[in-house]
Design a protein around this ligand. Structure first.
Ligand code: DGY
Length: 321
């Protein structure tokens, strides 16, 4: 009986009821050890499994898919899927799924946390106090930059970009956005701009576009230099959207007000030159990190996997067969 159950390789411990749900209907192989970041480690772990529930650190390449011939679905526990070779999955008849929607609000909140942290120097101010430098209120102490009445530039007007834009009214900011397509009635209302125009007119630029070959280094040095003096860059999407070496150069020249980053080009490594800067706020990729959101992501990933192994269409496919 159990021999007929599909085998699901789950590459990390999951919050919520995800593992319980999987165990009701599958044989679950759970990795409770270190994160699997190599192709060979992933092949060894998934082996002959019918399904894999993966994280963004797991490189699901063509080589991995070729070496795991029984795989019918890769359920990524993330909205992003740049760790997976989609073309290879399609070619090999493997469903790929992600976890959209459930993390939109948490990621938009964190983006605003970074916008406020970098424009109001929150990291620097906290370090100042903890270092024993606070000896009383002063008129000119740790002055930040006002955002009210200024333009927020949202690059990528998908679910998360729009959720970030919706919050802008509460802070008195107008919103411009750029995207590959211009919707007829943007919701929330916002002004469509070409990327170059958005960069050269926004006080804060925030990135919400997926990473693919067309968006790698979307913000290269030339585009970073379009930003007005004193403007801020926030990235809670994917590190490689920004040429980080160029960002360090532009920051070192004092051209920008600062940068708030939750993701890194060579994650988990941080670009040399960033850690020592006071005008940069650095977070360890925690955009969706609330207890509720992470449980919802894991449960959606599990529902996707269960659907495919039961012969049904998964709720949130990226590669549809
Ligand atoms: C995602 O979902 O893509 C995040 O980056 C990880 O939570």
């Amino acid at each position: 009986m159990t021999g007929k159950l599909p085998v699901v390789a789950v590459t990390a411990e999951l919050p919520g009821r995800a593992v319980e749900w999987l165990e009701d209907r599958c044989l679950v192989r759970l990795n409770s050890g270190v994160q699997i970041t190599s192709e060979s480690g992933l092949v060894d772990f998934i082996g002959p499994a019918d399904a894999a529930l993966t994280l963004i650190a797991n490189p699901v390449t063509d080589r991995v898919l070729a070496a795991c011939p029984n795989l019918r679905v890769v359920g990524n526990c993330a909205v992003g899927f740049d760790n997976i070779d989609l073309e290879a999955a399609r070619r090999r008849g493997v469903w790929v799924t992600n976890t959209p929607d459930v993390l939109t609000e948490a990621t938009a909140d964190l983006t605003w946390g970074l916008i406020l942290a970098v424009t109001r120097r929150l990291g620097e101010s906290e370090r100042y106090l903890r270092d024993g430098c606070f000896h009383g209120w002063a008129l000119d102490m740790l002055l930040g930059s006002a955002i009210q009445g200024r333009q927020l530039g949202v690059v990528g007007f998908g679910r998360i970009g729009r959720a970030v834009a919706r919050r802008a009214g509460g802070f008195g900011m107008s919103v411009a956005y750029s995207d590959v397509e211009e919707p007829e009635c943007p919701d929330p209302p916002a002004v469509f701009m070409a990327l170059e125009d958005l960069l050269s007119t926004s006080h804060v630029v925030t990135l919400h576009t997926p990473l693919n070959e067309g968006t790698r280094h979307l913000l290269d040095e030339a585009r970073l230099r379009l930003m007005p003096p004193g403007a801020f860059l926030v990235n809670t999407a994917r590190g490689p959207l920004v040429d980080e070496a160029a960002l360090v150069r532009v920051l070192e020249e004092g051209r920008l007000g600062g940068a708030g980053l939750d993701v890194y080009e060579h994650e988990p490594a941080v670009q040399p030159g960033l850690l020592e800067r006071e005008d940069v706020v650095l977070l360890p990729h925690i955009g969706s990190a609330t207890v509720e959101t992470r449980a919802a992501m894991a449960e959606l990933a599990a529902r996707n996997v269960l659907a495919v192994v039961s012969g049904e269409e998964p709720p949130t496919p990226v590669v549809r067969l």
